[in-house]
Design a protein around this ligand. Structure first.
Ligand code: HEM
Length: 407
């Protein structure tokens, strides 16, 4: 698509299919134009290069939140939409949206739960689930990998982990999709209403589940959280418990689904013998899949004080975009970045972020991706594309509508 960066500004409609179907040529143009480019449709400047995005993720002068150090009036912000009030109240307890010291405290409750040695025992269960899903697919037929495989695995794994009954999976998916829809660029009042309704219903469901876990604790993470204490010996409040459980359930599957879909597509396009190559180096393939076509492309930060970033002054409260997926293709950091190359080592992609908000679920996501694809390629060694896939109109949740394959 034609793209012109003039005086450090660019106009790209994130909902233009020519952009979201393949945003990488646009990212290359942005990186070449400079380390910081003002994106008109987003309304803020974005960092485009690996070194700067990596440094910004770790820079404590930047925060995901600003309202802990400035009021809306000071920032010149309009009052929040009253429709959204219940969602904003929910987010007040989300560690993803908080800065220290509240972030540190809430993160301490979940920090160790997803360490590699803790999640590794889930390997046989994930493999069993993957086999069961493939058993359901008729032999030699075409199937949609996203619907039949990539979508159910992460939601069932995270539901089991927290102790949410598996029958709830379709409802968890529906609530989660309605909640994350709020992050899309240019959303209407309909989206806000759906997000709020989903937040309220999901919260009510989790409150009841928490009450059940209090009465009858089980061997699951929600039962553990209900009873866990922080360094001061204090438990989580009811609202903190609800938000944390929902955050883990939503974050626990939305991105992993598309890591599987985007990863399989990248490998099938890049390799003549995908199954053999994947099975020879599964971990390295997964890292390259995450670098090559990450499911999450953009996160933002606020300047917590007046500061300089990539040669520009930022006033306290100004926003900056971090283009993780542009950083992942930076030729200054990765040789031949447009090539899918699982032998690259090291592979310091930024798909899980970095710094204090680095993805807490990364070890689980890596395990799910690896086990799901090992089982897939062992069972279906001749896997091939059955149709050219279409991308979803959700850009920064970069993923496919469907991925039709032949086994
Ligand atoms: C391939 C799949 C995944 C990707 C690409 C991904 C990516 C990310 C990224 C980039 C962040 C940092 C956001 C920021 O810096 O503003 C993040 C945070 C987070 N992720 Fe993931 N994630 C994935 C899977 C998961 C899973 C499976 C879980 C849960 C088990 C999870 C839970 C979280 C949570 C709770 C946070 C917030 C951490 C904090 O703010 O301290 N993610 N994720």
């Amino acid at each position: 698509m034609p793209l012109e960066v003039r005086a450090g500004r660019v106009s790209i409609d994130p909902r233009d299919p020519r952009f979201y179907s393949d945003p990488y040529p646009a990212y290359a143009a942005l990186r070449e134009a400079g380390p910081l480019v003002h994106w008109d449709e987003l309304g803020y400047p974005c960092l485009t290069r690996h070194a700067d995005v990596n440094a910004a993720l770790r820079d404590r002068r930047l925060g995901r939140q600003i309202l802990h150090v400035a009021t809306r009036e000071e920032l010149g912000w309009a009052p929040p939409s009253p429709t959204l009030a219940p969602f904003l109240a929910f987010e007040e307890h989300s560690l993803l949206e908080l800065e220290p010291p509240r972030h540190t405290r809430l993160r301490s409750f979940v920090n160790t739960a997803f360490l590699p040695r803790r999640v590794d025992h889930l390997r046989p269960r994930i493999a069993a689930l993957a086999h069961a899903l493939l058993d359901e697919i008729p032999r030699d037929s075409e199937f949609d990998l996203l619907e039949r495989y990539a979508t159910p695995i992460p939601v069932l794994v995270i539901a089991d982990f927290l102790g949410v009954p598996r029958e709830q999976a379709p409802q968890l998916l529906a609530w989660s999709h309605d909640m994350v829809a709020i992050y899309q660029v240019r959303r209407g009042p309909d989206v806000e209403r759906r997000t709020v309704a989903a937040t309220q219903e999901f919260s009510a469901y989790i409150r009841e589940l928490i009450a059940r876990k209090r009465r009858e604790p089980a061997d699951d993470f929600l039962s553990h959280l209900v009873d866990a204490r922080d360094a001061q010996g204090e438990r989580m409040s009811e609202d903190e418990l609800v938000t944390t459980a929902i955050l883990l359930l939503n974050a626990g599957h939305e991105a992993t689904v598309h890591a599987i879909g985007n990863g399989v597509l990248a490998l099938l396009r890049a390799s003549r013998n995908p199954a053999r190559e994947f099975l020879a180096r599964p971990a390295e393939h997964c890292e390259e899949m995450l670098r090559f076509d990450a499911p999450l492309h953009l996160f933002t930060r606020f300047a917590l004080c007046d500061m300089e970033l990539a040669g520009r002054r930022f006033a306290k409260g100004e926003r900056v975009g971090l283009l993780l997926a542009a950083a992942n293709r930076d030729p200054e950091r990765f040789a031949e970045p447009e090539r899918f190359d699982p032998t690259r080592s090291p592979n310091p992609h930024l798909s899980f972020g970095a710094g204090i908000h680095v993805c807490v679920g990364a070890p689980l996501a890596r395990l799910e991706l690896q086990v799901a694809l090992e089982v897939l390629f062992e069972r279906l060694p001749r896997l091939a594309l059955a149709a050219e896939p279409r991308w979803r109109d959700t850009w920064h949740f970069h993923g496919l509508e469907a991925l039709h394959l032949r086994g």
